[in-house]
Design a binder for this molecule. Structure first.
Ligand SMILES: Cc1cc2nc3c(=O)[nH]c(=O)nc-3n(C[C@H](O)[C@H](O)[C@H](O)COP(=O)(O)OP(=O)(O)OC[C@H]3O[C@@H](n4cnc5c(N)ncnc54)[C@H](O)[C@@H]3O)c2cc1C
Length: 394
């Protein structure tokens, strides 16, 4: 078997993997970023909506952006509207072109000095004396043993790297949203906003979305909890019903199927010689299903910690735990709060869900772009909201 050696091998070239590779390479490490697919960013498994927080991490190439939006409009089961936007900002977020965006991030990693290799599938982790020491890959038909001091699992929702390295991140079905999405044109919708629709009939234990891609095209999708997905009640069945109800003349240009981990941050994300980032670490807001921004921040923190560990020649779990401490400090509480809100809202019956939306009905202008800012404003608008919800649950 062919053999190669790097400081770090990053498995998966999504936003988490590319940001990890970019950051580690910027700090002078010898980095290999591998991707199983022949083209980075394809297939897209995303509704592509992101807040302007994304600009904290990279100077976005304008071609990454399909369109901008002013905010979100969320509809309760009885149609009650909650309009969210950022005070003083015309643009709250972007609907990305993930095919371009993911390639752009991988290019940034390559420009920083990382080697990027597509059509390269990791199929095992090298273990030596209780440490991950690299990965076995098949690269365009050739088996290669890649040694590295740190293995980064950036392999998304289906992640196997963690399991192979001794971190159990398996997800029960009720911690997984199963999603179906169409890229549609010939439809009438409010292209200034991302729209979200709640209600058991539309999407049991989930929601439907319409995210504008342009003035006349949108990502129209449904996510439902894995434990309520069964024959004739799959995400695609609900999506077909939603589309024929709202967009009977719409045309479907592309179909997307995927899953989102909604467990919250309850898993370990480090082991000896290993770090998990992004969806592989289950870093997605369990209420909104948004993961792009967390994946990017994970990548920055992981790349920085790996560089320090390399300098100190200490790749123990104890040393790498700095990564875990830092992401928990930055957004652990937001993900925890997202999980609590998800469990409460999706556990309500339709009448109680309506009450929830009535408490927030109208327009809500938040101060920053972050979900933390949103939570603060929700509680400020109606301080009784969490209490009321808890009471509904009792
Ligand atoms: C339908 C849907 C809609 C979504 N909408 C939004 C949204 O609007 N906004 C938002 O913020 N988030 C959204 N998300 C979540 C978002 O897509 C993820 O959180 C984000 O992509 C996570 O990035 P990542 O780098 O961790 O993983 P990914 O983007 O999934 O990248 C993982 C990469 O690893 C590769 N890989 C996997 N295994 C291997 C292997 N063994 N060897 C080599 N390569 C491997 C994969 O091919 C993939 O390219 C959505 C998800 C879905 C499914």
């Amino acid at each position: 078997m062919k053999e190669e050696e790097y400081d770090v091998v990053v498995v998966g070239a999504g936003p988490a993997g590319s940001m990890t590779a970019k950051t580690a390479a910027e700090r002078g490490l010898d980095v290999l970023l591998i991707e199983r697919n022949p083209v980075i960013g394809v297939p897209v498994k995303c509704a592509e909506g992101v807040s302007r927080e994304v600009e904290r991490f990279v100077d976005l190439d304008p071609r990454c952006i399909c369109t901008t939006f002013k905010g979100n409009i969320t509809y309760g089961p009885d149609g009650t509207q909650v309009i969210l936007s950022v005070a003083g900002e015309e643009v709250t977020g972007y609907v990305l072109d993930r095919q371009f965006f993911d390639k752009f991030l991988a290019l940034e990693a390559a420009r920083a000095g990382a080697e990027v290799r597509v059509r390269t599938h990791a199929y095992g982790v090298i273990q030596e004396e209780g440490y991950a020491k690299g990965v076995y890959v098949n690269s365009a038909g050739v088996d290669v043993r890649i040694s590295a001091d740190v293995v980064v699992g950036a392999d998304g929702v289906e992640s196997k790297i963690g399991r192979w390295g001794g971190i159990d991140t398996s997800l029960p079905l009720n911690d997984l949203a199963i999603c179906a999405q169409f890229l549609m044109c010939n439809i009438k919708f409010n292209h200034d906003y991302c729209e979200l629709f709640f209600g058991d009939e539309i999407a049991p234990k989930g929601y439907a979305w319409v995210f504008p891609k342009s003035a006349d095209s949108a990502n129209v999708g449904i996510g439902i909890s894995g434990d309520v997905s069964y024959d004739h009640h799959r995400a695609l069945d609900y999506l077909n019903a939603f589309v024929s109800d709202r967009f009977p003349n719409g045309k479907v240009i592309a179909e997307v199927f995927g899953a989102v981990p909604l467990s919250g941050p309850k898993y370990e994300t480090v082991a000896n010689g290993m770090i998990l980032v992004g969806d592989a670490a289950r870093h997605v807001n369990p209420f909104t299903g948004g993961g792009i921004v967390y994946a990017m921040r994970d990548g920055e923190i992981a790349g920085d910690v790996i560089a320090k560990a390399t300098h100190e020649k200490n790749f123990s779990k104890r040393r790498l735990r700095e990564y875990e401490k830092r992401w928990r400090k930055e957004f652990g509480r937001v993900l925890d709060a997202g999980l609590r809100i998800k469990n409460i809202v999706l556990g309500l019956n339709p009448q109680e869900q309506n009450k929830f939306f009535h408490l927030l009905a109208g327009e809500l202008k938040i101060k920053g772009f972050s979900e933390r800012g949103l939570l603060k404003e929700v509680i400020k608008k109606n301080p009784k909201i969490l209490f009321s919800l808890l009471r509904m649950m009792l």
